[in-house]
Write a protein that binds this ligand. Structure first.
Ligand SMILES: Cc1ncc(C[n+]2csc(CCOP(=O)(O)OP(=O)(O)O)c2C)c(N)n1
Ligand SMILES: [Mg+2]
Length: 575
């Protein structure tokens, strides 16, 4: 076999692998001739293990969502390879999710060839090379990518890849974007040695001593201290640290729009969840000292906010939220720190200073009473409607009872996000992930990426019917079969988009939508699960009766454990 041998493409792929990308989630095109030759060459020379394993992704949004979830589960950024401006555009909302979720991913896209008359190997050879050339391809992801650059020569390609990944992994983490023209990717090179071990992410930051003292003193003197968190559990090791601090000082925890397990739901100091419900959380209003530990939206101030006299402290890997154009929490202090490290510091300081045991005991009892009262209300909701209609709460309770402790749950349940929080009762750090952003369609690809990252776990997606369709299920399910990444998908099939109607109700409580004048309905219903059967051979079922649900879930889970995906569309009250 002849071919170009070692090229920039080879070095690019080697560098991806050296930087931790076990996989390249790829959608290929005419810009990738060098990359395809590099794989062919590696196959013929028995060196495939020095490149990322190529996962063909029939849609780019699915590719990025897969890399996104892989990184969430493993902490390891993966590579995504897409085609010129077109493939970059098709990343669509997935780049929003990776950016908002602060998830590290290395995205690479080719550029149209930069010569048109055969001047260099790789020069233009197809009509689309004129059409796919744009003035500012990198600009498409600006505002979302933390870093972007063009690889202009193979001589420093490894350096650029490692630098991009170092930036992606350093907190606040996020996606990065590299491009290269076809001629550059075709450039023949001497084999490039691996880069040294000098591209680690920036080391975790600690709180300054004066901040530790100030926050610890505030906690020690508080009457009703509270932690509000959304994504502290991005680092599962931060969860037991939060438990230690809260137990020591009797601090309750409210999870606001959580897309992670931030605090075990069954812990008596867990004080529930807040999403979009337009109501004041009395536990928040009562607090006199509030630690906002890893949150973009700790509350929605139009209807839910702390008391004006409360003392607030924001401790976060990203306390300024410079990427969010409008943001404000009226805090005494904003501190940038690794949250696990900060929690260790605060616990150490409080333990050394001593804390009023009687106060801690009585407060623990009060928090426990509030915790128990919430759970009693939730438990009462875990049954079907009297006519047998499956409610979202009953559905989540059935899923919770069917899955085992090894399960990794993905949530994209939209108008049922809060229901998932309250009825899944997740306790194990790292056992629940959401996109971290607001662009629907994440879970389809994410389930594939999550399973590849954790082959030993059972991956279960809880997803709205609209979100399922946004996720290009034909692509995602094909990948799941082709790459042996089976999962269970449970669709909350309310046959439409409920969330936009809830938005209308919040703005126009007595408007036309409230009166039933408009609903974003998907009637006539589609065979949603059948799409997965057709594309990926998944077990497909539609459940309409409450008494069928537990058995169907069990069969589906058995099927997944035997290596094949299952999709269950569950009819819940229609929009
Ligand atoms: C890519 C994208 N397009 C549109 C929206 C606006 N949007 C928010 S929720 C929603 C409907 C979601 O439907 P479904 O997943 O069925 O959940 P439901 O609202 O029915 O609970 C839409 C279209 C969005 N967030 N992202
Ligand atoms: Mg829906």
């Amino acid at each position: 076999m002849t071919g170009p041998g070692y090229t920039t493409s080879t070095a690019l792929l080697e560098a991806m692998r050296e930087a931790g990308a076990r996989y390249a989630f790829a959608n290929l095109g005419s810009d990738h001739t060098g990359i395809m030759e590099a794989y062919a060459h590696a196959k013929s020379t028995g060196t495939l293990q020095s490149l990322p394993e190529l996962i063909l992704c029939p849609h780019e949004g699915v590719a990025l969502s897969a890399a996104h979830a892989y990184a969430q589960v493993s902490g390891e950024p993966q590579a995504v390879i897409v085609h010129t401006d077109c493939g970059t555009q098709n990343l669509g909302g997935a780049i929003h999710n990776a950016s908002r979720g602060r998830v590290p991913v290395l995205i690479f896209a080719g550029l149209s060839p930069m010569t048109q008359e055969g001047e260099l190997p790789g020069s233009r050879s197809e009509f689309i090379h004129w059409l796919q050339d744009t003035h500012d391809q990198r600009g498409m992801l600006r505002g979302y990518a933390k870093y972007d650059n063009e690889i202009r020569t193979g001589r420093n390609v490894k350096q650029l890849v490692h630098r991009a990944v170092q930036i992606a992994r350093s907190e606040p983490a996020g996606p990065v974007y590299l491009t290269a023209a076809r001629e550059v990717l075709e450039e023949q090179l001497e084999p490039q040695p691996p880069e040294g071990d000098w591209w680690r992410p920036v080391a975790p930051a600690a709180l300054a001593a004066e901040v530790v003292a100030e926050v610890a003193d505030a906690i020690a003197g508080a009457r009703w201290p509270l932690v509000v968190t959304s994504y502290l559990g991005r680092d599962p090791a931060a969860v037991p640290e939060l438990v230690r601090l809260c137990e020591l000082a009797a601090i309750g925890v409210v999870e606001s729009v959580p897309m992670r397990v931030n605090f075990p739901d069954d812990h008596p100091l867990h004080l529930g969840y807040q999403w979009n419900s337009p109501e004041q959380n009395p536990l928040l209003a009562d607090a006199d000292v509030i630690l906002v530990l890893g949150s973009d939206i700790p509350w929605i101030p139009a209807f839910n906010r702390p008391h004006a006299s409360a003392r607030l402290y924001v401790i976060d890997v990203d306390p300024l939220k410079a990427q969010l154009p409008l943001w404000h929490v009226p805090a005494r202090r904003y501190a940038m720190a690794d949250i696990a490290t900060a929690l260790r510091q605060l616990t150490g300081r409080l333990a050394a200073a001593g804390i009023d045991r009687a106060e801690v005991q009585s407060r623990t009892a009060r928090i426990r009473a509030a915790h128990d009262a919430q759970r009693i209300v939730w438990a009462q909701r875990e049954r079907p409607d009297p006519d047998g209609t499956i409610t979202p709460a009953y559905l989540v309770a059935c899923v919770r009872d069917a899955i085992s402790s090894d399960a990794l749950v993905l949530t994209e349940a939209i108008s049922s996000y809060q229901v998932v929080s309250e009825h899944l009762r997740a306790t194990r750090p790292g056992s629940l992930i959401g996109s971290g952003g607001g662009s629907l369609g994440w879970s389809g690809g994410a389930a594939v990426g999550a399973k590849l990252a954790a082959p030993e776990r059972t991956v279960v997606s809880l997803v709205g019917d609209g979100s399922y369709l946004f996720g290009v299920p034909s692509s995602a399910q094909w990948m799941a079969r082709r790459y042996h990444a089976p999962s269970l998908t449970v669709i909350f099939d309310n046959q439409g988009w409920k969330a936009p109607s809830l938005s209308a109700l919040a703005v126009h409580p007595a408007g036309g939508v409230a009166a039933g004048g408009f609903a974003a309905s998907f009637q006539p219903g589609a065979d949603l699960a059948g799409v997965a059967a057709a594309a990926g051979g998944a077990l497909a079922a539609t459940v309409t009766a409450a008494d069928q649900l537990p058995d169907t879930l069990q069969q589906a889970l058995d099927h997944v454990r035997n290596g094949q995906s299952a999709v269950i569309s569950v009819r819940v009250p229609p929009v």
